[in-house]
Design a protein around this ligand. Structure first.
Ligand code: UD1
Ligand code: UDP
Length: 391
């Protein structure tokens, strides 16, 4: 594990050059009264809107689960978020050590900062630790993106999200299915609010205009509408050499070129297993910023991924997605924006089918609404938090 250390900045900074209307919330929330705990790329993306609305009420606490600049810093900068007030470092450790170390450090920190509530988002080890530490300190816990279930107990994320939902005083569920999942586990409805998913606002905020999207696409050596965007990082796909090799084989066989921004976990596995993708058809790049990723997604013919967030985003920018996984906690898009498959030739079969009538596929998806709601999720989330604290 990387060395654990904490850094506390002297004061909050507001977003440079922009006026943010947080007046309705700052009237109800005292300065530095809400601890926002995050640690990975998707948590930064999905909490940015909430952090902005909280303004000076927020402490931003980064666990360092992700630590490379292209997995952390770039997203703070793109969203104009101030850098974390407190930074601990649990990156690269085993799951047990990450949860244990972060719980210990967050417990101590919450004892010093005494926030009125703690916010966590999603299903990572950071979420489990933030939830346990808030609970241990008797501080109210808010879980953003509550109620997702893959019903796959082999996934650490399934356990992390169940821990958070059952400890949370406020479960902010993105969809009706998530609300139903919470009810099925006897989580009292007084603890649940449906908000939509904050990703919708994040996509709308950072999606480049069409001219910029096309320049970004061309800069990656591919043509708009004539390439696939792919990402892979799930242990079920990348921690098994044969499975990862099969996925690379399928990407290499696609009828159009593939841009593959490589997650650090996947990069390590390629090195460990000595796998070399078919570079004629696959362009591998380091993880890219959110603007760039959204631009490529929106200009792609289709997307292939095992990412959670990408399943939601395609429904906003209206591109078809092949989800390569055993299960998904995002059933809302399956059968419309996405198809769920296991690694194998079926990937190329679906892709070839879509390529037969790509503009028809895009046109049909363009008529469908995203099941993840509108730009109001960050605002509804903060309103629900204020309401909880007033109770
Ligand atoms: C974690 C989350 C997963 C989420 C993903 C988002 C858990 C259990 N998993 O998976 O739910 O979908 O983040 O991307 O919390 N690494 C680097 N540099 C980094 C970050 C990670 O080299 O900046 C390396 C680590 O050292 C480790 C590997 O990548 O070897 C995996 O990192 P880890 O945070 O444990 O899990 P993820 O696969 O990123
Ligand atoms: N993403 C990004 N750059 C990349 C790959 C992904 O900005 O190179 C974004 C993507 O748009 C999505 C989020 O990162 O919003 C998803 O992260 P990841 O797949 O690592 O995590 P998951 O959503 O599966 O938990």
């Amino acid at each position: 594990m990387r060395q654990c250390k904490r850094r506390t900045l002297p004061s909050a900074q507001t977003r440079d050059g922009e006026t943010i209307d947080t007046s309705s919330f700052s009237a109800s929330l005292p300065e530095r009264s809400v601890a926002v705990v995050l640690g990975t790329r998707p948590e930064i993306i999905k909490l940015a809107g909430i952090v902005e609305l909280l303004g000076p009420a927020a402490w931003i606490i980064h666990t360092g689960q992700h630590y490379d600049d292209d997995m952390t810093r770039i997203f703070f900068e793109e969203f104009g978020m101030r850098h974390p007030d407190v930074h601990i470092q649990i990156g690269g450790a085993t799951r047990g050590t990450q949860i244990g170390a972060a719980t210990t450090m967050l417990d101590e920190l919450f004892g010093e900062l005494r926030p009125q509530c703690v916010i966590v988002q999603g299903d990572t080890n950071t979420v489990a630790a933030g939830s346990l530490a808030a609970n241990a300190r008797g501080i109210r816990l808010v879980h953003v993106e509550a109620g997702l279930r893959s019903n796959d107990r082999t996934m650490p994320e399934e356990h992390n999200r169940i821990i958070a939902d059952h400890l949370a005083d406020l479960c902010l569920a993105p969809t009706d299915i998530a609300v139903e999942n919470l009810a099925a586990e006897n989580i009292d409805e007084t603890r649940v609010r449906k908000t939509g998913n904050t990703i919708v606002e994040a996509v709308h905020r950072l999606m480049p205009d069409v001219t910029d999207r096309r320049s970004i696409t061309v800069a990656h050596g591919v043509r708009p509408g004539q390439f696939a965007l792919a990402t892979f990082h799930r242990p079920e796909n990348v921690d098994d050499a044969a499975v990862l090799e099969e996925i690379l084989l399928q990407l290499g066989n696609l009828p159009i070129p593939v841009v593959l921004p490589l997650h650090p976990r996947t990069r390590k596995r390629l090195d460990d297993y000595g796998l070399v993708p078919n570079m004629d058809n696959i362009t591998i790049v380091s993880p890219i910023g959110y603007r760039e990723f959204l631009a490529l997604g929106a200009e792609s013919a289709f997307v292939i991924s095992d990412s959670g967030g990408v399943q939601e985003e395609v429904s906003v920018y209206k591109r078809p997605l092949i989800v390569v996984r055993r299960s998904t906690e995002r059933p809302e898009v399956i059968g419309t924006f996405a198809q769920l498959v296991q690694p194998g030739p079926v990937i190329a079969q679906i892709a070839v089918g879509w390529m037969d009538d790509l503009s028809g596929v895009h046109e049909t998806l363009g008529t469908l609404e995203s099941p993840y709601g509108d730009d109001g999720a960050p605002r509804r989330s903060v309103e629900s938090i204020v309401e909880m604290l007033d109770r």
